[in-house]
Ligand binder design. Structure first.
Ligand SMILES: Nc1ncnc2c1ncn2[C@@H]1O[C@H](COP(=O)(O)OP(=O)(O)O)[C@@H](O)[C@H]1O
Ligand SMILES: [Mg+2]
Length: 319
């Protein structure tokens, strides 16, 4: 298939769930007692979905392949992605499964989360329509450790995507079991951009520093981007490490989804053929913008609103 026949810029494969955010709980819960929350939000959760939603809001055409139940939370997921023009036609729903949910308890500026993975746990490579995937230019996959059915076949998923002519990116996210067992030597040759955060990177490479980790995987890896909160991000282009400082935000509302928004900004420029340094800068701007509003998608509505906010807060447009 030649590039002009490609229907989508990016196909995201990953986990889907809702966040039930309970704010102002005043205290930590105790067994046998009851607390009241000041207010509640039910929103689109999951790293992959926040990435897809925000990338689409930036004007990139995005499709999603994932798995949900046939319940009210499934409707929240589909409605939220559809509202940002993400193609949801290949999201599989099963009446036998529940859509995943995370209960987020916001307490004293921090959060305690409990996740029920639901359908994402059952998602497997056989669920993926590779003919549909081949209609995208780029595949992004996130959150392998919460999707065991896909994780075991991850090297094969990435090599098939490459064979179909797609470029690829991977954001592993956190391993709740803290085993960090990913065959990077098999996987990374078919990953164009590897996008963990600093802590994840050190665990995944069993290293104490960025430099040590890069030395360990440089023979297998292509581009490496390591996100590091308000320190910004580090990029490896095959020969050098570069540092992209964060854009300063003196009024951070929360950092939920900052890494996913960074990924969205970076990938938007990468598929647009922009140089590596420019992709890093756009990623950092998108990550910083994410922190100006509540939740992972609040700052990413449509290109016009995004630009207005970005110019207002950081003196430059994002779109
Ligand atoms: N407090 C902040 N101020 C400005 N930019 C931030 C802030 N926190 C995160 N970012 C930007 O978002 C990116 C991703 O955030 P990070 O927390 O490292 O990722 P993750 O959410 O995956 O842990 C960072 O590399 C940085 O560019
Ligand atoms: Mg992350």
């Amino acid at each position: 298939m030649i590039a002009s026949e490609k229907k989508f810029d990016v196909c995201v494969i990953g986990e889907l769930n809702v966040d039930i955010i309970l704010n102002d709980i005043g205290n930590l819960p105790q067994v046998g007692k009851e607390l009241m929350a000041g207010y509640m939000e039910v929103t689109l959760g999951s790293s992959s979905a926040i990435f897809a939603s925000n990338l689409s809001a930036l004007g990139t055409s995005v499709a999603f392949i994932g798995k949900i139940g046939e319940d009210n939370f499934a409707r929240v997921v589909i409605d939220s992605l559809s509202a940002r023009n993400v193609d949801t036609s290949r999201i599989i729903s099963s009446a036998k499964l529940n859509t995943g949910a995370t209960i987020v308890l916001v307490y004293d500026q921090d959060r305690a989360n409990i996740t029920y993975p639901g359908a994402m746990y059952d998602f497997k490579i056989a669920d993926i329509d590779f003919n549909f995937l081949s209609r995208a230019k780029h595949m992004h996959f996130a959150t392998c450790f919460m999707q065991p059915g896909i994780k075991k076949d991850l090297p094969s998923l990435f090599s098939r995507a490459r064979e179909l002519g797609l470029t690829t990116s991977l954001d592993t996210q956190w391993d709740p079991d803290e085993k960090w067992d990913l065959p990077l030597d098999q996987l990374l040759p078919n990953v164009d951009i590897f996008l963990p955060n600093m802590q994840e990177f050190k665990y995944l490479t069993h290293s104490n520093s960025l430099g040590e980790g890069i030395e360990k995987i440089r023979d297998h890896a292509n581009l490496i981007v390591v996100k590091n909160g308000n320190d910004g991000a580090y990029g490896w282009d095959g020969t050098h490490i570069v540092h992209q400082p964060a854009f300063i935000n003196n009024n951070v509302i929360d950092t939920v989804g900052a890494g996913d928004s960074f990924d969205a900004g970076f990938i938007r420029d990468f598929i647009g053929g922009k140089p590596f340094l420019k992709c890093l800068e756009t990623g950092a701007l998108a990550g910083a913008l994410n922190t100006t509003m509540a939740g992972g998608t609040g700052a990413f509505r449509d290109p016009e609103t995004i630009n207005k906010l970005s110019i207002d807060r950081f003196g430059r447009p994002l779109v």
